[in-house]
Design a protein around this ligand. Structure first.
Ligand SMILES: [Zn+2]
Ligand SMILES: [Zn+2]
Length: 338
């Protein structure tokens, strides 16, 4: 079987290896699709000597059960939860699996590769599906992330919402806010470089797209003078600016990492007097996969809007370079094995 290794920044090596044997509680999976995540682009940019997890938005078919794995017949179509909860700790038992820190993180603990022909995965991380193409089902993983941000921010009927950052997650939250009955949705993006993303934001239900390099956020004529909810996918540095368009009682959901610049400053008195709430969204453990599958199937989030390019495994280097250099044409790419 083939596995892709990152040899040097944007130089990959496809190595031939033995098909792995599933261990206790594990299942051997025939990988059929792996969608490309922003974190894969970071991994691709590293000088990885050793193997690291690469590709985690995965759909495939079960091939063989290891000892004590029996939930799925060989031949079942499944997606992989990128992180699970443990079922037995205090938080899980108190009904809060969302704050369990004892589950297996498939990405961090197991060194998986979705850019491979086969892989072994813990049975407990598998969710069966039907009625979707493999690359479409693989979108459940990023959609689960978008749902976490959506739920964390508490979008309600008739809210005016700002969505900051128009990557795939931000775009998905626009579709979710629309479905939840938001009144106006303002898509906020720094530049107008990616016309594909701007067009999709509008198609998904954005009332307007605000390009902040052209229009200052505070100059925009919001009908209520600001917004009720803000969902941010982006670097922490953007957070304080968004407070300026936050209405009294606004909830700001935030999802993003910047390894170099994690500190922000804001006036806590204003924060207090405006009764704001800043909430972190972090989809670990990964939840909502069955619901994400349903939302994709019913086209509340239409997978066809999101998968803009597919490629076979052997084209991975070319396609990653394309996304790096011409990312403006890409909403989401996926490796698909025919
Ligand atoms: Zn991802
Ligand atoms: Zn737990």
């Amino acid at each position: 079987m083939r596995v892709v290794y990152v040899k040097a920044p944007f130089q990959f090596e496809i190595r031939e290896t033995e098909i792995p044997e599933p261990g206790e509680g594990q299942v051997l999976l025939d990988v059929r699709a792996c969608a490309v995540c922003g974190t894969d682009m970071h991994t691709a940019a590293t000088d990885a000597e050793d193997f690291q997890s690469f590709g985690h938005e995965i759909a495939g078919v079960t091939v063989k059960n290891g000892p004590f794995a029996s939930r799925f017949q060989p031949g079942t179509k499944v997606i992989i939860e990128s992180g699970t909860f443990c079922h037995v700790c205090e938080n899980c038992r108190n009904g809060r699996p969302d704050i369990c820190t004892n589950g297996i993180s498939v990405i961090d603990d197991l060194e998986i590769s979705g850019y491979a022909d086969y892989m072994v995965v813990p049975e407990q991380a598998l969710v069966p599906f039907d009625g979707l193409e493999f690359e479409e089902a693989a979108l459940s993983e990023p959609l689960g992330v978008a749902m976490d941000l959506f739920y964390t921010t508490g979008i309600e009927l008739n809210d005016d919402v700002a969505v900051v950052g128009l990557g795939p997650i931000g775009l998905m939250t626009i579709a979710l806010a629309k479905a939840a009955g938001a009144r106006n949705i303002y898509a906020v993006q720094r530049s107008s470089r990616s016309q594909a993303r701007i067009a999709l934001a509008k198609k998904l239900g954005a009332t307007d797209v605000i390009i902040t390099s052209e229009t200052k956020l505070t100059d925009y004529p919001f009908p209520r003078g600001g917004v009720n909810k803000i969902m941010i996918t982006g670097a922490p540095a953007v957070i304080p600016e968004t407070f300026k368009i936050a209405l009294y009682g606004c909830i700001i959901g935030f999802l993003g990492i910047d390894m170099q610049h994690g500190d922000i400053t804001f006036n806590a008195n204003d924060f207090h007097f405006k009764k704001l709430q800043l909430r972190a969204s972090y989809a670990v453990p990964a939840l909502w996969f069955p619901r994400a599958l349903e939302l994709l199937k019913s086209k509340v989030v239409d997978p066809k809007d999101f998968i803009t390019q597919t490629f076979p495994l052997e084209k991975i280097e070319e396609m990653f370079i394309k996304q790096r250099d011409h990312g403006e044409d890409v909403i989401k790419m996926a490796m698909v094995k025919k």
